[in-house]
Ligand binder design. Structure first.
Ligand SMILES: [Zn+2]
Ligand SMILES: [Zn+2]
Length: 389
């Protein structure tokens, strides 16, 4: 049963440059990198942005002892799509085999991607040279219009409208069709036709949604990117089932991406904003395309029993209200009013008590003092802590 399923993971979704701003943590700050595990057991990596480092750090887990056969498709040579290569740990292990696919750039000539590897690691840009990369690497040139097979999966490449060129990829697996069309700008009829052909009947259509429709016609015209509105239009024309908005602008904080997603959902049924850590499963029983965010336990959490009233919208788009109990909280920090003056960058033990349905409950936390201001009351300080433990 499981063999029929393809799994698409998003390791990096940010366009142009990585972001570490706290305001972008929810969608994530790593630049483009996707991983597709096909029903016939092949690993296809799409682009080598900084998300590739994360994929590399989890490498051992999915593969165990067996050296995997990995195929890496690179759409183009802009920094945000190649930056992760020198930091991809599996490239330094001779057990691993990689097949790289990319186009011959007119600026680089033969073996373009190989040259990118060497140049990125040349002195004085990187501390060690290429000879320490021991994994086996094969490079294959792909041109717009080419089709080839990777295992049982058919891959088709087409040129997209982007400065210095960019390839879009359509990957047909037995579980469904994934189309990866990052970095493209509408407005060139011939290249738009390419995009439409790629996206035809896609189960998941990943499209550049960096700019707002307004920016696209004014300040950001000619930068080589698209908007959610163009993505919706193309998804509709091409009969794509699900649209994933991708390549978020580094200046778009999470709330801005939320707004973009909401606008797209008002006009198209099945839309997601690509998010670091998101996994889309194709070909599972029930819905053909299922998206989920695997639970991460990185945030500090505490069990709790807070009564809560919830208002929201169902999967089918209907509003609902419900009374329930919040039973697990993740905690970032607190502002505490104190008569004492704690030392800046010292630890505080914080024990909180709150009445729950089962009586008084206690929550113990360790706070790290990050700021101290004058309190609103005389003789009091407002102490900001970040919870660490
Ligand atoms: Zn890009
Ligand atoms: Zn680009």
């Amino acid at each position: 049963m499981n063999e029929a399923v393809a799994k698409l993971s998003f390791w990096g979704v940010r366009g142009s440059t990585p972001t570490v701003d706290p305001g972008t943590w929810r969608y994530g700050g790593n630049t483009p990198c996707l991983e597709l595990l096909t029903p016939d057991g092949i690993q296809i990596i799409l682009d080598c942005g900084t998300g590739l480092r994360m994929l590399g750090s989890r490498w051992a887990a999915p593969h165990g002892e067996k050296a995997p056969e990995t195929h890496i498709l690179v759409t183009h040579y802009h920094w945000d799509h190649i930056q992760g290569i020198p930091f991809f740990a599996p490239l330094y292990d001779e057990k691993n085999h990689f097949h790289f696919y990319s186009f011959r750039s007119k600026y680089l000539g033969r073996d373009s991607l190989k040259q990118v590897f060497e140049t990125q690691m040349a002195l004085p840009y990187f501390p060690v040279n290429m000879s320490s990369m021991n994994a086996q690497r094969k490079f294959q040139e792909v041109d717009g219009g080419d089709s080839f097979h990777v295992g049982k999966n058919k891959v088709t490449a087409r040129w997209l409208n982007h400065p210095q060129g960019c390839l879009g990829f359509r990957i047909e697996t037995t579980a469904g069709i994934v189309v990866y069309a990052t970095d493209n700008e509408p407005g060139d009829a011939k290249l738009e036709k390419n995009l439409r052909e790629l996206a035809t009947g896609a189960d998941v259509f990943i499209n550049d949604a960096q700019f707002t429709p307004e920016q696209l016609t004014t300040t950001k015209k000619g930068w080589g990117h698209s908007s959610w509105k163009e993505g919706v239009k193309m998804a509709r024309e091409a009969g794509a089932a699900t649209l994933a908005l991708f390549h978020h602008d580094p200046d778009s904080a999470d709330r801005a991406v939320d707004t973009i997603l909401r606008q797209a959902r008002d006009e198209f049924d099945s839309v997601f904003a690509a998010s670091e850590g998101m996994v889309i499963t194709l070909g599972a029983a029930g819905d053909r395309v299922q998206a989920h965010m695997p639970g991460t336990r990185t945030a500090l959490r505490r069990e709790a029993q807070f009564r809560a009233h919830i208002c929201g919208v169902t999967e089918g788009g209907k509003p609902f209200e419900e009374d329930t109990v919040v039973c697990d909280l993740s905690l970032q920090g607190a502002l505490i009013s104190l008569q004492h003056l704690p030392r800046l960058q010292s630890e505080l033990q914080v024990t909180m008590e709150t009445p729950g349905p089962d009586g008084l409950q206690t929550m113990r936390l360790r706070g790290y003092v990050v700021r101290i201001d004058a309190g609103t009351e005389k003789g009091q300080s407002a102490v900001g802590v970040v919870f660490t433990d």
